[in-house]
Design a protein around this ligand. Structure first.
Ligand code: IPM
Ligand code: MG
Length: 372
């Protein structure tokens, strides 16, 4: 298959982790005879520095002319700590999502058996967790009208949703549930918010088209509690933009590190693949950033184009790396010298030699080649 992929590494650890995802994609291309063409563009704080714009026109044009987008991370402390700054890196990501109509953000959360002891949650609570979060991505309070009074003493953010915005992601969530465990949980705050009441009504109607799928409802405060009390109750979680942002960071604790969680942001025309973690500026250029979320986002990209064997091979490689402690310090209590690129090298080797049982795993921690 021929694919044009726009690469937007962004800020902080974004470039390092994205490099490893590209390495995995290149290995897949050579192993399966695909033709992937990567074109780079600026976004976020680096784009503000270079072009005075977090999403330059050229970047948006590139994204619109490619088949898929691989996104790194966005954010820089020099903007976080300055509430007065008019231009912010995050605006680049939000505009990208809106302009490309990426209304559904899919965030899979699972607990790897080899990492059960890495989560602060007890093993019996997280073993076997397999959740798919469907977060609405282009509406709600993120995109409603914003206002700050001239004297700076009053501010407001409007949360608004239309039936159509709810319907389109609800259909995706129900279709996903049909291929999973046939359960959708709508997370909202319908005891307080009008928008949540609209979500409930519309989602109930959509549910009638999917008789095999059970629909249940949780208020977001309760859902936050249930996520750590009994996460196994969840199959597909469907929720609005901000609740999805918060609940998915919370869910990342189950897997042991936010550095493991990938996501796909899809709409009717475009698709973008991004780790859920941020730019983690303290870790930038130190070789300690976990590239797995980005590598698994690349696997989601492959699945999106129905390249299921290819995606599965990446996932196998990731599982193997976790099992063998070929992982960065956030999840590796045994070895503290495994770098971001060492993980990428292992994944690449595994993809290139999927049937090779002679991998010299013993030597990898000594900095030697992974292949005999
Ligand atoms: C995410 C991030 C973004 C969001 C930020 C960087 C704007 O936290 O993708 O979850 O809030 O959507
Ligand atoms: Mg977030």
């Amino acid at each position: 298959m021929k694919l044009k992929i726009a690469v937007l590494p962004g800020d902080g650890i974004g470039p390092e982790v994205t490099n490893q995802a590209i390495r995995a994609l290149k290995a897949i291309a050579s192993e399966f005879n695909h033709n992937f063409k990567f074109t780079y563009a600026d976004v976020g704080a680096v784009a503000i520095d270079k072009h005075n714009d977090p999403l330059p026109e050229a970047t948006l044009d590139l994204c619109k002319s490619t088949d898929a987008i691989l996104f790194g991370a966005i954010g820089d402390p020099k903007y976080d700590n300055n509430p007065l700054s008019k231009v912010r890196p995050e605006q680049g990501l939000l505009k990208l999502r809106k302009e490309l109509g990426l209304y559904a953000n899919i965030r899979p959360v699972s607990a790897y058996d080899s990492l059960l002891d890495k989560s602060p949650l007890k093993e019996h609570i997280i073993k076997g967790v397999d959740i798919s979060i469907y977060r609405e991505l282009t509406g709600g309070i993120y995109f409603g009208e914003k206002y700050t009074s001239k004297d700076g003493d009053f501010a407001s953010d409007l949360c608004a949703y239309s039936r159509e915005e709810i319907e389109r992601i609800a259909h995706l969530a129900f279709r996903a549930a049909e291929l999973r465990k046939n359960k959708v949980t709508l997370v909202d705050k319908a005891n307080v918010l009008e928008t949540s009441r609209l979500w409930r009504n519309v989602v109930k109607e959509v549910a009638e088209n999917y008789p095999d799928v059970t629909l249940d409802f949780l208020f977001v405060d309760n859902a936050a509690m249930q996520m750590i009390l009994n996460p196994k109750q969840f199959d597909v979680i469907l929720t609005e933009n901000m609740f999805g942002d918060i609940i998915s960071d919370e869910a990342s604790v189950i897997g042991g590190s936010i550095g493991l969680l990938a996501s796909a942001s899809v709409g009717d025309t475009y698709a973008m693949f991004e780790p859920i973690h941020g730019s983690y500026p303290q870790a930038a250029n130190r070789g300690i950033a976990n590239p797995i979320a980005s590598i698994l986002s690349a696997a989601m990209l492959l699945s999106h184009f129905e390249l299921h064997n290819e995606a599965e091979l990446i996932r196998l490689a990731v599982e193997k790396s976790l099992k063998l402690n070929i992982s960065t310090p956030d999840i590796n209590s045994k070895y503290d010298n495994v770098t971001t690129s060492k993980v990428g090298e292992f994944i690449e080797d595994f993809i290139n030699n999927p049937k090779d049982t002679n991998m010299n795993f013993a030597n990898i921690h000594l900095g030697q080649s992974t292949i005999i």
